[in-house]
Design a protein around this ligand. Structure first.
Ligand code: P1T
Length: 385
């Protein structure tokens, strides 16, 4: 099956057996526990909803199929999924190499929580693979990438990162939240584990918080699955249903996100009050060719630098009417935010500015509204600067 077909059918095959109801949509199984006939064997395959739930299971199957993975696991948030990878695969004294530009909450998890367990982190500018290779130490166990990164839209070469991991026996993880599996499938390039915040494009309607892991290595999967139950940060049946429902339109939504974002990136690039636009679909993006080679489209996220500082950024952001001034991304509605004061405020100012998250930086999650309405809204607000 092709992507669009899998997005609608995998995990939600109607039960047409004797006694089956034939629902075309998976029911929301709210039971916390499942009765059995025999003491030692769960009758329907389920025992307790934390360890397995039919609605969550349907979603996990679909998520795996979309990322060309054998296995999927769903969690209560993107950060819960990230925590599970780290708590499962890392031991005290081990070392992680991460892209120096990452979602602020991921850096907070790494620097403020996991370092308490004596896990060591190095941040490398992974646009150049040499920086990743140079950061490898004897105790390096994990390479953690976003591509494109949040919020600076930097890329790393997926095949190159997977190659380094395989050569040196290091597990590679890619956070594919910004792209969704419709636009990029890191496992196809040899990456070991994909992580998602399903809160974003997968659910797509800004009404559910969740996370997911997809992978094909059975040994790693068994460890992660055991710990999903042991730690317990699972996605609820209702949220699993919401994400299953959202995914059905993922392909259509992503096509429009890409189209609108590309239009807006070009519009901003030609505006006199904009200094610089970061969007991998622009020819001016230094990694445009890499983007073309590993992404099917350039996505709905972009950032830009307004000509000014905090004062000008605020004047612009507070005068928009259609764009909501809000954290998060990947919903049908357009959102806009100021990384230094919002999503990346937990990163110390000095470190933030070193990577390029300045006070003039603004991030947009371009929605699927009429693009001329969006451009008019931006135009009016830029006039207030
Ligand atoms: O919010 P949560 O579902 O826990 O997902 C965390 C997360 C993980 N990875 C990436 C790339 C993310 O962007 C996020 C969450 N990001 C935002 C809320 C934001 O506005 O950037």
């Amino acid at each position: 099956m092709r992507f669009e077909t899998k997005a609608i059918h995998v995990g939600e095959e109607p039960n047409l057996k004797e006694g089956g109801s034939g629902d075309v949509v998976v029911p929301i199984h709210l039971a916390s526990t499942f009765a059995r006939r025999e003491v030692e064997k769960p009758t329907g395959g389920y025992e307790y909803s934390r360890s397995g739930n039919p609605t969550r299971h349907a979603l996990e199957k679909r998520l795996a199929s979309l990322e060309d993975a054998r296995f999927g696991l769903a969690f209560s948030s993107g950060l819960a999924a990230e925590t599970l990878i780290c708590m499962t695969l890392l031991k005290s004294g081990e070392h992680v190499i991460a892209f120096d530009d990452l979602y602020g909450g991921t850096k907070r998890l790494f620097n403020r929580i996991l370092t308490n367990f004596n896990i060591e982190f190095s941040y490398a500018d992974a646009r150049d693979l040499k920086n990743v290779k140079d950061a490898i130490k004897e105790n390096t166990r994990l390479i953690w990438m976003e591509t494109p990164t949040n919020p600076l839209m930097r890329l790393c070469d997926l095949e190159g990162i997977a190659g380094i991991g395989k050569e040196r026996g290091i597990i590679t993880v890619v956070d594919n939240t910004f792209m969704s599996p419709f636009l990029q499938r890191p496992l196809d390039f040899g990456i070991d584990i994909v992580v998602h915040s399903t809160t974003k494009y997968l659910n797509g309607h800004s009404d559910s918080v969740g996370g997911a892991l997809m992978l094909s290595n059975e040994e790693l999967y068994n460890m992660l699955k055991f710990n999903q139950n042991a730690i317990g940060a699972i996605l609820s049946p209702f949220d699993s249903y919401m994400v299953l429902r959202g995914i059905k339109t993922l392909a259509l939504r992503m096509e429009r996100h890409c189209q609108n974002a590309s239009d807006i990136a070009k519009y901003l690039e030609s505006h006199s009050k904009v200094r610089k636009v970061y969007y991998p679909g622009l020819k001016s993006h230094p990694q445009h060719e890499l983007a073309r080679s590993q992404m099917k489209g350039f996505g709905g996220m972009l950032s830009f630098e307004i000509d000014g500082g905090i004062k000008e950024a605020k004047a612009f952001l507070e005068n928009l009417k259609i764009f909501s001034l809000a954290e998060s991304l990947g919903g049908v509605e357009s959102l806009i935010e100021h990384p230094a004061l919002m999503t990346h405020a937990s990163i110390p100012k000095e470190e933030r500015e070193k990577t390029g998250i300045t006070d003039s930086l603004i991030r947009i999650s371009v929605g699927i509204e009429d693009v001329d309405d969006l451009k008019k809204d931006l135009d009016n607000a830029l006039k207030k600067v």
